[in-house]
Design a protein around this ligand. Structure first.
Ligand code: NAI
Length: 302
């Protein structure tokens, strides 16, 4: 098998002015992909803006012989998403790949969580993924080709103290992906989600330098690039990635406990069988709501 290539492909990478997004942009461009480097150019908490971050990455890509164009719109509005897509169409004529990567943090314990911290984090991560992906969707459908990445986080998938807003936003993307994998299937649009860990301005204060050295964004981008490639047929996957570790994460359902619905079910029935209800032994992974509901319908049809 030859190298994974992106010749003739066009990618939008949001929040690509630094950290993980920059690394994804450089990697895709190094394999022939034309890249829209989107970045609002703000601070970690989402305040401020500027063109310098996106411009710098575009310059890096061009200096290495690649093709890229900058866009400075915020991902968190419909006009912003549309303009990011317009930038790709004006410069390169189509869109094949969307990497939803832009992000901010406004960490607070839930007792101190205020509306502004909630709304801004939900807006950038969750609404931002909608605004950009939705604007690109008709183009990918018309071309019967698309690869979309959502950037989630273990903070939401598994939990992290002080990040209720971020955790909610990051897990909402999985719901969006689960629906879009069904809606995109017949148009060859494949969507996957990563839960990364990497050294960036988002994590530099959380870990010592000797650990950060081993968590380079470059260790995350090869998986993102592969998931964005024509070679990859996977859709609806969630992957933990960072520091050379790559693993599938999945929402699974236990074997369950059933009772006939011909007689009332009491709270005591639940209490006495809670271990069975709670069991995750031999789990299954339903591919959609119909598969998930099968066990329920099998029980009521008995
Ligand atoms: P980063 O702060 O270097 O990158 C985020 C980029 O998004 C910044 O360049 C920022 O200017 C841009 N951005 C923020 N708001 C924007 C908006 N409204 N429109 C367009 N661009 C905007 O941080 P990092 O670590 O590279 O984060 C990338 C993504 O990975 C984020 O979604 C983050 O939540 C996620 N992530 C990162 C982890 C890590 O260990 N670094 C862990 C889990 C998730």
């Amino acid at each position: 098998m030859g190298d994974v290539r992106f010749d003739g492909r066009v990618a939008i990478i949001t929040g690509a002015g630094g950290g993980l997004g920059r690394s994804h942009a450089l990697m895709l461009a190094s394999r022939g992909c034309k890249v829209v480097v989107n970045d609002l150019g703000g601070t970690l908490d989402g305040s401020g803006k500027g063109s310098a971050m996106a411009d710098k990455v575009v310059d890096e890509i061009k200096a290495a012989g690649g093709e890229a164009v900058a866009n400075y719109d915020g991902v968190d509005t419909v006009p912003g998403g549309q303009n990011i897509v317009k930038t790709a169409l004006d410069a390169f004529g189509k869109i094949d790949i969307v990497v939803n990567n832009a992000g901010i943090l406004k960490d607070k314990t839930f007792a101190k969580m205020d509306e502004d911290s909630w709304d801004k984090v939900i807006a950038v991560h969750m609404k931002g993924a909608f605004c950009v992906t939705n604007a690109a969707w008709p183009i990918m459908r018309d071309n019967a080709y698309g690869r979309v990445i959502f950037t989630s986080s273990a903070a939401g998938l598994f939990g992290n103290f002080g990040q209720a807003n971020y955790g909610a936003a990051k897990t909402a993307m999985v719901g969006m992906m689960n629906v879009l994998k069904l809606e995109g299937a017949k148009y060859n649009i494949k969507l996957n989600t990563i839960a990364p860990i990497a050294a960036s301005r988002m994590t530099e204060a959380l870990m010592p330098p000797q650990i950060l050295d081993k968590l380079k964004p470059d260790f995350v981008s090869p998986l993102v690039a592969y998931l964005c490639s024509e070679d990859c047929q996977e859709t609806g996957g969630i992957y933990s990635v960072g520091g050379g570790y790559f693993a599938r994460i999945a929402l699974m359902e236990g074997p369950g406990y059933t009772q006939p619905v011909t007689t009332p079910i009491s709270m005591e029935d639940i209490r006495d069988n809670f271990d069975k209800i709670n069991s995750l032994e031999n789990p299954r992974k339903p591919a959609n709501i119909s598969e998930e509901n099968q066990a329920i319908f099998a029980n009521i049809m008995k």
